[in-house]
Design a protein around this ligand. Sequence first.
Ligand code: ZN
Length: 98
Amino acid sequence: MSLILFKENGHTGPRLQCDKYGLIAKEPWDITLCWDGGEPGPVIHPLMLCDDCDQKSGVQWYTQETGVALIYLMNSLHMTEKDIQAARKSAELLASME
Ligand SMILES: [Zn+2]
């Protein structure tokens, strides 16, 4: 999975990148989690693919929208409103860094 920090117009922020050809997604929903379901054991290593790479792969992937996956993960963190505000301040600080 490719969560990267991307510099643009003097700001730095987290972005998602397609694992196949490196497209940097403008929006999280431009990338989909994809996996083939064939990995043995409980751990699955999904690919993050843009729609173009997903469709050209010819693979019948299991998929999950990235936004849904991130919300599920955030919900699992049991963050309080105070935690979310602190995270927002940290994100703003990160975005202001060059
Ligand atoms: Zn791609």
